[in-house]
Design a binder for this molecule. Structure first.
Ligand code: KG4
Ligand code: ZN
Length: 331
């Protein structure tokens, strides 16, 4: 008999639901909350209210698209954290209520584990052990993944995430939120002529707040000399910032691969959509003899399919949560 899981993701500003059967994705529905663009970033209170509005229609759509009935569902997986607490509460409460109504077990999922396991949504799948660089608006980590549910963080950001570095730079440049995709597009028309310093962080940890400060001082100085500096050099500034963020990420991956001897390297999280990062990973992989894995965009950004895949492997271990479980902002 097959195992069918309903998965819920509501950790930030995307309300998502998916149906995963025996580890395969039958449906993957996301309602993105565009309203945050108006504020130049995610407003937690607004996000929680939007989740409350979206959650039922998104779940209904996931069930319908999968072509299953509610009675076919055997367990409910949900993101417990990390994330915005008000957003998480909506998803966790919904998952508990749905499971109670149908008398189903619930499975808690760590959002960051799920970003890694998004690689198992489709072929080609990485072989264990592999390194995974998870880069998104909220997270930047290098992990060694030894098995589906056995992973170890080798390094992570000590301040901002890589996506935040893109988004905060965009704000300084007067770009819309989220600025990552806009910087990516503009960078294609420019050259990395401005050199921003690479932070000197020991080991495999990352830091992006120093870069943010150096970009801020650089722009202040240039704009004082030429008020049109940003408009006249926008694509070169974007290319330069992207170039530095990408080199910080790739250099740490090289270090991690050197330390572990692992040659299977995967990218995860929304920033893995970045064309500069994708190209740099492909090039580095060719030079180093690595096998590189980058999932489809819908599995890079926040989604519930990755929650369902993780929940499926926990289901196989009968790793169920009790109904008094609560969300956690920090896992
Ligand atoms: O994984 P995700 O959808 O949500 C979080 O968990 O944060 O990642 C969103 C982040 C944002 O910071 C956004 O600017 C960034 O991913 N992003 C990009 C690109 N597409 C999305 N950053 C750089 N280049 C892109 N093409
Ligand atoms: Zn995420």
């Amino acid at each position: 008999m097959s195992t069918t899981i309903l998965a819920i993701e509501s950790s930030c500003d995307d309300t998502a639901a998916a149906i995963v059967q025996d580890g395969k994705v039958l449906s993957n529905v996301v309602a993105t909350q565009d309203i945050h663009r108006l504020y130049g970033g995610v407003v937690p209170e607004v996000a929680s209210r939007a989740h409350q509005i979206n959650i039922v229609p998104v779940v209904e759509a996931a069930i319908q698209k999968a072509g299953i009935q509610k009675a076919d569902i055997q367990a409910v997986g949900f993101t417990r954290g990390p994330g915005l607490i008000g957003s998480l509460i909506v998803g966790v409460s919904f998952a508990k209520a749905f499971a109670q109504a149908l008398n189903l077990p619930i499975i808690e999922v760590n959002h960051l584990d799920a970003h890694v396991l998004a690689h198992f949504a489709e072929d080609p799948k990485p072989n264990f052990p592999f390194l995974c660089l998870t880069v998104s608006g909220g997270h930047t980590q290098i992990l060694v993944v030894r098995d589906y549910l056995e992973m170890e963080i080798l390094g992570q950001t000590i301040d901002d995430a890589a996506g935040e570095a893109f988004d905060k730079t965009g704000k300084m440049l007067g770009l819309d939120y989220p600025a990552g995709p806009i910087i990516d597009r503009l960078a294609k028309e420019g050259k990395p002529v401005f050199k921003f310093p690479e932070p000197k962080i020991p080991g495999l940890d990352f830091s992006f707040s120093g870069l943010k400060t150096s970009i801020m001082y650089f722009l202040k100085k240039q704009v004082a000399e030429n008020p049109n500096f940003i408009a006249e050099n926008l694509s070169d500034i974007c290319a330069s910032v992207q170039d530095r963020i990408v080199s910080i990420l790739i250099n740490k991956l090289l270090k991690a691969a050197g330390q572990t001897g692992i040659k299977e390297v995967a990218l995860a999280g929304g920033v893995s959509a970045n064309s500069g990062l994708r190209n740099a990973l492909q090039k580095t992989a060719e030079a180093q003899g690595w096998k590189a894995y980058i999932p489809k965009f819908e599995y890079c950004t926040d989604n519930a399919a990755m929650i369902g895949i993780t929940a499926y492997y926990k289901y196989l271990q009968q790793d169920f949560a009790t109904l008094d479980i609560a969300p956690v902002a920090r896992y």
